[in-house]
Write a protein that binds this ligand. Structure first.
Ligand code: NDP
Length: 297
C-alpha cells in the first residue's frame, strides 16, 4: 500500500549547518567578526543540560564562539538580569539564549524582556513576537521556523493551503501559525478547548502537531495527501528494549498517519534536529545584522 514520504529533518539540518558555517566564514572574511552565542543555564535540569551541551558543540562546529554560563538553581532573578545586561553589552556576544524552563522563583517573562531584541536568537522577546505578528523583520522562534523550512522544501509555495496548527504555545503553536499565515495559508489554531479536533484535522493540507500528547493524532484524522509535521517529543516506556528503557514518539500516530499522508516527519529525526540548526542560523543572522548596523551598511 501507500506510504508517506519521510521528511528528513536530520539531513536538512546538516545542510543548514553547512550554510551557516559558510556565512560564518564570510563574516570573518569581510568584517573580521567571529559570531558568538551565549547560552545561560540556571539549575541542573538533566534535559536542559543535554540541550545546552549539544548547542555548545554545534556552535563550535560551525565556527562560532560559544559562551556557556552555568548558574546554580538558587541564583536570584537580579543576578540573572545582571548577567543578561553584561551579555547585552558584550560586543563578542551576538546571540543570547536563556535556557527554559527557569526555576520557579524566577519570572521568565522578565528575563526574556531584558534580552536585547537584536540578540534574542530564541525569538521570544515581545518585540520579536510583535514583528512576526505584524510582518516585520525580527528573529523568529527556532522550532516553528524549522518546521516552515521543512514545509517549503517539501511543498514549495504554500499559498492557499489549509493549515491546522495543533497547540497554541508562545514557543511553537502561535509563531507557527503566524509563519503559515505569512505564507498565505488559511490557518486554524486548535487547542485543548477546541471542539471536533478530528474534523478540524481532516480539512488540513498541512498539519502541525505541537501538543505534547503521545500519538494523540490518529491515522483517520489525516486528510489523504496531507503533509504532517510532528513537533512532539514524548517518552514512552519500551519494555521490549529492556527494563526501564524508553522510546521517543511524537504527537502523531506515525504508523497509521503514514498510510494517509503524502509526507511526514519521523520522531526522532524530523523536527528535533532542526531546532539547534535554526538557532545557529538565527545567531549568524543576528551577527550579520549587528555588524551591518555598526559599520553603517
Ligand atoms: P505546551 O505544553 O506549552 O503547549 C501545548 C499545547 O497543546 C497547548 O496549547 C495546549 O492547549 C494544547 N493541548 C494540550 N492537550 C491538548 C489536547 N488534548 N487537545 C488539544 N490541544 C491540546 O507545549 P509546547 O508548545 O512547548 O510543546 C509541544 C510539544 O512539542 C511537546 O511535546 C514538546 O516536547 C515538543 N517540542 C519540541 C521541540 C523540538 O522539536 N525541538 C521544541 C519545543 C517543543 P491549551 O493552550 O488550551 O492548554
Amino acid at each position: 500500500g501507500h506510504r508517506a514520504k519521510l521528511i528528513d529533518g536530520k539531513g536538512f539540518a546538516a545542510g543548514l549547518r553547512q550554510q551557516v558555517a559558510n556565512r560564518v566564514a564570510a563574516l570573518k572574511a569581510s568584517h573580521g567578526i567571529v559570531p558568538g552565542l551565549a547560552v545561560v543555564l540556571v539549575g541542573d535540569d538533566p534535559a536542559s543540560e543535554i540541550y545546552v551541551r549539544n548547542k555548545g558543540r554545534q556552535t563550535l562546529e560551525v565556527g562560532m564562539q560559544s559562551f556557556e554560563h552555568r548558574l546554580g538553581a538558587e541564583t536570584s532573578q537580579q543576578a540573572l538580569l545582571d548577567l543578561v545586561a553584561r551579555l547585552n553589552a558584550d560586543p563578542a556576544v551576538h546571540g543570547i539564549l536563556v535556557q527554559l524552563p527557569l526555576p520557579p522563583h524566577i519570572e521568565s517573562a522578565a528575563v526574556i524582556a531584558a534580552i536585547d531584541p537584536a540578540k534574542d536568537v530564541d525569538g521570544f522577546h515581545i518585540q520579536n513576537a510583535g514583528l512576526l505578528a505584524t510582518g516585520g523583520r525580527g528573529l523568529v522562534p527556532c522550532t516553528p521556523l524549522g518546521c516552515l523550512m521543512l514545509l517549503k522544501e517539501e511543498l514549495g509555495d504554500l499559498s492557499g493551503l489549509d493549515a491546522l496548527v495543533l497547540g497554541r504555545s508562545n514557543i511553537v503553536g502561535k509563531p507557527m501559525a503566524h509563519l503559515l499565515l505569512a505564507e498565505n495559508c488559511t490557518v486554524t489554531i486548535a487547542h485543548s478547548r477546541s471542539r471536533n479536533l478530528p474534523d478540524l484535522c481532516r480539512r488540513a493540507d498541512i498539519l502541525v502537531a505541537a501538543v505534547g500528547r503521545p500519538q494523540m493524532v490518529k491515522g483517520d484524522w489525516i486528510k489523504p495527501g496531507a503533509t504532517v509535521i510532528d513537533v512532539g517529543i514524548n517518552r514512552l516506556p519500551a519494555p521490549e528494549k529492556g527494563q526501564d528503557k524508553t522510546r521517543l514518539v511524537g504527537d502523531v500516530d506515525f504508523e497509521a498517519a503514514s498510510l494517509k499522508a503524502a509526507a511526514i516527519t519521523p520522531v526522532p529525526g524530523g523536527v528535533g534536529p532542526m531546532t539547534i540548526a535554526v538557532l545557529l542560523a538565527n545567531s549568524i543572522t543576528a551577527a550579520e545584522r549587528q555588524s551591518a548596523r555598526e559599520s553603517g551598511e
